[in-house]
Design a protein around this ligand. Sequence first.
Ligand SMILES: Cc1cc2nc3c(=O)[nH]c(=O)nc-3n(C[C@H](O)[C@H](O)[C@H](O)COP(=O)(O)OP(=O)(O)OC[C@H]3O[C@@H](n4cnc5c(N)ncnc54)[C@H](O)[C@@H]3O)c2cc1C
Length: 307
Amino acid sequence: MYDCIVVGAGPAGLSASLFLARYRRRTLTFHHNSPRNEYAHSVHGFLGHHGISPAELLARGRDEVTTHGGLIIEGCVTGIERLSNNHFRVSTGNDNLDSRTFDARRILLATGLRDVTPDCTGFRDFYGVSVHHCPDCDGYECIDKRIAVLGSGTKTVGFALGLLTWTNKITLITGDKAGLSKDDRAKLAAFDISVLEQSVKALAGDLKSKQLQRVLFSDGDAFDCDALFFNLGTEPASNLHEVLGCKLDESCGLVWVDQTQQTSVEGVYAAGDITPNSQLAIVAAAEGAMAAIHIHDSLIPSERKTE
Ligand SMILES: Cc1cc2nc3c(=O)[nH]c(=O)nc-3n(C[C@H](O)[C@H](O)[C@H](O)COP(=O)(O)OP(=O)(O)OC[C@H]3O[C@@H](n4cnc5c(N)ncnc54)[C@H](O)[C@@H]3O)c2cc1C
């Protein structure tokens, strides 16, 4: 019986696992496939680690967890069952051959999100270097550059206006389903943000440096730019929170947690991008640490506590 099984070894899961190991809790951490930022060339804004590659940050994290006695396994968690208040059963694998179960007193979900990405040729050639989704992460690198924003609807208008923090050379590309109201268009026009309603066919630029140079449209037109930000939404990377019956936050549809990072299901905690806070590596790591503190506290017997 583990004290805690952590599902996810991104910044949230690893930070939690490190603290749990330092609290001398028997901790097992699973990870499967790539973390969310595998395409980023460097992590920006992580104090003390600004510019580190995502792979290096996570490799260091895994090393820190295992040197403290934490166990990390590469494997896909396919199910979690709540047998009682203090007993969960985690299954991995998909068939009888590679299927295994592991028991724990607490669960931490740190499974992250997946970005909905543009469906056009060349996207992967530039993603993470000159094509981005997160202004908080990469806006600073685009100061005074010509930015194309890809997305539609009022949400994308807010997203484009946010980028004025770094540049006033912004063009919105909506495709033929712009979804913009009169007010939206007036707001964009007030800041000289023009709207192109053509559909994107491909991204082109210098492949060696991964520098985007232009957006190519299906009708044969092209638009020159230095960077592209897309705003197409996200989805949870796993459905384990649904399997466990965790309540969602009504305003954003992510996993609801209380101040201790506990979900609506007793004994199940969540941290990182799947919870409602800002989706940044340092925030995910901080939430993981908070979850670990409260998981540890919840496992301390009452006789070792004062009123
Ligand atoms: C291109 C890009 C660039 C970014 N740049 C920055 C930046 O510069 N600065 C910044 O602060 N943030 C940046 N971010 C955001 C940052 O990457 C996320 O906020 C952070 O990774 C969230 O951490 P997490 O631990 O919640 O989730 P993730 O890092 O996504 O990790 C999720 C973990 O869950 C595991 N997992 C999921 N499902 C299962 C399952 N069923 N079984 C087992 N394991 C599972 C995955 O293997 C992974 O280990 C960027 C994101 C992207 C996509």
